[in-house]
Structures are given as C-alpha cells and as structure tokens.
Write a protein that binds this ligand. Sequence first.
Ligand code: C2E
Ligand code: MG
Ligand code: MG
Ligand code: MG
Length: 287
Amino acid sequence: MNEAKLSGEGLMVYEAGLDERHQRQLQLIRHMAEGLSQGEFFLQFQPKVNLADDQVSFAEALLRWKHPQLGPIPPDEFIALAERSDLIGQISRWVVEQAVAQVARWSAQGVDCGLALNLSAHDVVDPALPGIITDTLRRHRVSPQKIILEITESAVMRDLNAALSNLDALRRAGLTLSIDDFGTGHSSLAQLKRLPVDELKIDRSFVLSLMPGTEDERIVDSVLRLAHALGLRVVAEGVESAEGLDVLRRLGCEVVQGYYFSRPLAADDFVRWWQQRRTVPAKDSAA
Ligand code: C2E
Ligand code: MG
Ligand code: MG
Ligand code: MG
C-alpha cells in the first residue's frame, strides 16, 4: 500500500486499501477486451486421467491472461470481473472457438483427445449459447462427444429453470455436461436429480490433502456413493499425492486430475505428454 499505511491511520489505511483494489479492478476490466484481441489470452490443458485404463481421453482447458505490464492474472480474479462487466460473453465465445479449434487440430495430428471447458454463471443462462457451441462444432467438424462443459453448482442454482432449458438443449445436441466444484454450492438433492448432467467433479478442497482415515476420505466416499446412485461418473480434481490417488481408486472414482499427473500445460507440451503416455503404457507412471 502507501503513505497512509506507514502513518498508521486506521481509517485511511482501510480507504486506501479499498481504493487500490477498486483501481486494479477497473484497470483489469479496461484492459480485458483489448487483451483478448491482442493475443494476451491463451489456454492451458490439464489431463483428465481415466482410472479404469490409465488413458487420457479428455483434458480441461484453463484460461490464462498474461498482461504485458501487469503480468499473469489468475482466472479466479479476471473471470469474476468479466462476469460483473459484460465481457464474459465475449471471453466465453473466444474460449469455445479456441477449444473446438484445438480439438480439430489435435485430431488432424492423430491426437485423439477431447476438451472440457468451463462455463460461467452468465453463459449457463445465455439462450444464444447452445447455438454458438453447435455452430462452432459444425464449422470445425468436431463431434459434440469431444466436448465436456463444466458448470459450477452455484452457477446453475442461480436460475435453475433458465439453466435447465439451456442444459437440456446442449445435452440433446450430444455434449457432455459436468458439475464442477461439487460440494461448495448449495444444491438440494431434488435439484441435483433434475440436472441433465453426466459427470460430477468433487471440489479440490476435499481432494488436495486426501489421506486414508480422514474426514475428507469419508466426504469423498459419500459423494461417490451419491453420484453413483444418480448414475453419474465422478472426477476428482486436485489430486496431488499417491496416497490420495490410492484412496480414490479404492473408493471407485472414475477420473482423476491434478498436479500428481500434470500441471496445466501449453498445447505443444500437452501433446508431448499425451504421446509419451501413449507409447509407454505404464501403470501409475504419472509423476
Ligand atoms: P476449476 O474449473 O475448478 O479448475 C480447476 C483449478 O484447479 C484450476 O485452477 C487448476 O489449475 C487447479 N488445479 C488442478 N490440479 C490441481 C492440483 O493438483 N492442486 C491445486 N492446488 N490446484 C490444481 P485455475 O486454472 O487457476 O482456474 C481457476 C478457476 O477459474 C477454474 O476452476 C474455473 O472456475 C475458472 N476458469 C478457468 N478457465 C476458465 C474459462 O475458460 N472460463 C470460465 N468461465 N472459467 C474459467
Ligand atoms: Mg473446471
Ligand atoms: Mg473445479
Ligand atoms: Mg473452481
């Protein structure tokens, strides 16, 4: 912060702090649209590993923004800002276009891997979204089965009825829907039952330090039972250790994702990682 902090005037410190944060937010919003057209945004890819056969048939596309002066800005920061301005629609369209184009390029290179992309709360209720996605798929000749849409519980619950008609349309079009960050929102079981989804991702907060005999293990076990009772496949995100992976295998989790396998990678690095894993079909050669 600044002088105010050094002079130790309580109220001043508070105001100065707020102001600084507010200024950064305005600055980021001002730069965002320009950054998108100037090539400052890019995607990274993190493998989703199927535990049944150790194969990677999908990766998650994660958005990155590197501003030339401000440096890397984390998505948790700029996505929230984009949602509060009207930039989110533009950003999401960009992500859909890039992700589908990437799947098409990989397919042409013999890399048979689909992508999961994250939608925001705004996208989930945007009536234009299903059409945009299906047009993009057609244009790039990519099968809808190659795309998973990750949607947070809280985004869907904000306006369940509007979300449901959009999600139904997307699913009818052949896309796979996934509930992200499960366990951090407030959906009731009745609401969960109504969602036309195929996959549930256990929030990483329950997975990061997962060990046998812990409360996290009991939570993960319950979520797996609930999801399986609803006919859903389960992904654990944030797998960082062999111990956590062992617990997930034993409890019957289908798909895992986390630094234990790989951090999110640039497209070229991801292809190398994927091809290497293909040619060396080793068990647990992850780390
Ligand atoms: P998310 O969709 O839940 O993504 C998973 C986050 O966990 C990513 O953070 C990923 O880098 C991180 N992660 C994966 N494995 C591990 C691990 O083993 N340990 C730890 N500590 N973290 C791990 P990231 O990339 O910072 O993204 C944060 C959030 O930003 C995402 O959470 C998602 O909600 C949002 N986001 C990212 N890309 C997009 C996008 O294209 N559109 C929208 N709307 N949101 C996005
Ligand atoms: Mg996600
Ligand atoms: Mg998540
Ligand atoms: Mg998240």
